[in-house]
Design a protein around this ligand. Structure first.
Ligand SMILES: Cc1cc2nc3c(=O)[nH]c(=O)nc-3n(C[C@H](O)[C@H](O)[C@H](O)COP(=O)(O)OP(=O)(O)OC[C@H]3O[C@@H](n4cnc5c(N)ncnc54)[C@H](O)[C@@H]3O)c2cc1C
Ligand code: SF4
Length: 591
């Protein structure tokens, strides 16, 4: 199955039908939908190529003892922690304490992902603290994502109607639900049908089993009117049709460094390699797009400018349609950097809205505890799961909380995962220490809240006039902070996590009250939002920019609000819908 990387093409005379920028969830879906329909697509990815044989691309099953540092980064390389994001000045490396580090990486930079996660020194940002996790590699962040795959509902899409804040989306659940169904069927998702109106069911494959500790929590919180359900994972547990790159999940629980069966959804194996096999998709990696080229006389995008990541050579590629899918903030940066005398604020920005209404999820508060009934039990095969459980939003659904609007859900981790996380906190040494670790290992549970950050106009990113990245491209400056609504929601998350674990009879409850620094949820949304009014929005509901008809944005940037559900499944459903529109417009000759 292994194929050598596609030779790096150089610009030719003929334009492509469509150019897609970025190869993550959004770019992969855009390229797949168009190429499978016969559209000639050029996919430009800033990062490196991945081998199409997943056992070569991902080091899923490598044991910690194979590596002297147990998968930690080598000396001289360093992954930023949450606390450092709060305290360090930007750009990175200018503060004395950071000078000692040759290389600085974000968040989950580790032995496995260090070639994928960006080095903050090459990719600085400025302004308010923000933990901006970026993966530059074919497939982007989908190679290491957490696979939590939840649908938005009308409670999210029509949130303004519900509580008066912000804007409603220009679409309702009825518009997007057929596309969620298509994404479920194409990619595979594991879950259970629960009939919860504000967390719609999907077309699920075999669900993950709850362990007895989780059932205990489920029963206890049901008495409080709250729902704990098996995690809905973007993983194929029964297998998918017509994709030779993917196999079904074997329940090994080692998915965070990339699944070498491609059972977990990763954009390369699920979308890009099959699309490339159609003969209609050309992939060029190491291609850092610096701007969209626009003919100001016709107001049409003509293509994009690329700086080769390695050679620094600059080249232009031509396309009839340009589709930005570089992730929310990178697509926004590209729009802002596509400037001319007649477009001093960038492309598709006559509204001045590009960069504003930045929103994400507030994360961190929650609690961990021991479930006594699992102490001393043996790990089971069901402990190796690609996800654990989800506690569904219960705030501001039918009632109104006195302190904050919108809501949050809890993502759980429980059971005997790869590494016994209780080892670090267990006192003692020798045989009794080992026994205590083994006994406690399957019994720990941990719940972390993910809450909606309000899309407020004053929360924004813009171009820093002074700082550039290693390729000479102006970087983003953040002016973004959580508000009281997020802080009060965070306080409630900590209280309710403790309350639920206590109700379930858990012991040794450790409550976390700190809201993690902005960005830590890795769910970026809203900076080129969709809408019907070109004065207050950047795109229509198909991601087509109001100002430049053949320029589309298809990632989280077009979200109107963040919901508390994870965004990736929604990004792909919206993208599929947008690509159906592009194909129709192409057929009609309007694009
Ligand atoms: C550890 C982790 C856990 C996560 N868990 C979840 C989860 O459980 N559920 C969930 O829904 N989401 C989760 N996410 C978020 C999820 O990965 C993203 O929502 C999703 O990948 C977004 O897709 P995207 O295509 O917009 O961006 P990405 O996947 O980031 O892809 C963007 C691509 O564009 C490329 N690019 C950027 N700039 C340029 C440029 N100028 N030129 C060319 N190419 C460019 C990048 O290199 C990258 O490959 C998680 C992310 C991480 C890192
Ligand atoms: S648990 Fe499933 S999805 Fe995760 S690494 Fe194993 S096979 Fe892949």
């Amino acid at each position: 199955m292994a194929q050598s990387p596609t030779p790096q093409i150089t610009p030719g005379k003929e334009p492509f039908d469509a150019i897609v920028v970025g190869s993550g969830a959004a770019g992969g879906m855009a390229a797949f939908q168009l190429a499978m329909a016969g559209v000639k697509v050029l996919l430009l990815e800033a990062g490196q190529m991945l081998d199409s044989d997943p056992t070569k691309a991902y080091r899923t099953m490598e044991w910690p003892y194979k590596d002297l540092r147990r998968h930690r980064l080598p000396v001289g390389e360093f992954a930023l922690s949450a606390a450092e994001y709060r305290t360090l000045d930007r750009p990175y490396g200018l503060t004395p304490e950071m000078q000692q580090y040759k290389k600085v990486m974000a968040y989950s930079g580790n032995h496995f992902t260090r070639e994928w996660i960006v080095d903050e020194k090459q990719h600085p940002i400025t302004g308010t603290p923000y933990a901006w996790v970026r993966a530059r590699v074919l497939g982007g962040k989908t190679n290491l994502w957490g696979r939590v795959s939840l649908r938005f509902s009308d409670l999210d899409l029509k949130a303004k109607t519900h509580d008066g804040f912000g804007e409603d989306w220009p679409i309702s659940y009825a518009d997007i639900s057929p596309y969620y169904d298509k994404v479920d069927t194409l990619l595979g998702i594991s879950g259970t049908r629960e009939n919860i109106p504000h967390l719609p069911d999907g077309i699920f494959q075999r669900a993950l089993k709850l362990n007895c500790g989780e059932v205990q929590i489920q029963r206890a919180i049901a008495k409080m009117g709250r729902r704990l359900i098996p995690g809905r994972a973007g993983v194929t547990t029964d297998g998918v049709l017509n994709n030779k790159y993917r196999a079904r999940c074997m329940g090994r629980g080692r998915c965070g460094r990339g699944c070498d069966l491609n059972a977990a959804f990763h954009s390369p194996g699920a979308l890009i390699f099959p699309a490339r096999d159609s003969g209609n998709l050309t992939v060029r990696t190491d291609s850092v797009v610096s701007e969209v080229l626009i003919d100001d006389s016709t107001n049409k995008a003509t293509g994009v400018r690329v700086i080769d990541r390695n050679t620094r050579e600059t080249m232009d590629f031509r396309g009839r349609v340009v589709i930005l899918a570089a992730s929310c903030l990178e697509s926004t940066r590209l729009l802002l950097n596509s400037r001319s005398a007649s477009r001093p604020n960038g492309a598709a920005n006559s509204s001045g809205v590009v960069g504003h209404y930045f929103c994400e999820h507030v994360m961190g508060p929650g609690a961990s505890a021991t479930i006594p009934s699992r102490v001393g039990t043996a790990p089971t095969l069901d402990d190796g799961r690609p996800q654990s459980t989800y506690i569904v939003r219960f705030r501001n659904v039918t009632d109104r909380h006195k302190d904050f609007i919108r809501g949050y859900g809890f993502q759980g981790a429980s059971g005997a995962a790869e590494y016994p996380s209780n080892a670090a906190d267990t006192p003692g040494f020798g045989a009794s220490f080992k026994k205590a670790v083994r006994d406690g290992y399957p019994a720990r549970v941990n719940y972390t809240g993910f809450g909606e950050v309000l899309a407020r106009k004053e929360n924004r990113v813009f171009l820093d006039p002074e700082v550039k990245d290693a390729w000479g491209i102006p970087v983003l400056k953040f002016d973004y902070r959580f508000s009281d609504n997020e802080r009060k929601m965070g306080a409630d998350m900590a209280d309710t996590a403790e309350e639920m674990l206590r109700a379930a009879g858990a012991t040794d409850i450790k409550v976390r009250r700190d809201v993690l620094t902005e960005g830590w949820s890795i769910h970026e949304m809203g900076t080129a939002r969709m809408g019907t009014d070109p004065r207050t929005s950047v795109t229509n509901s198909f991601g087509q920019t109001h100002d430049v008809k053949n320029l589309f944005v298809v990632d989280g940037a077009i979200f109107v609000s963040a919901s508390c559900q994870n965004p990736t499944w929604m990004i792909m459903a919206l993208c599929w819908r947008a690509m159906d529109y592009v194909k129709d417009e192409m057929k009609r000759g309007d694009l």
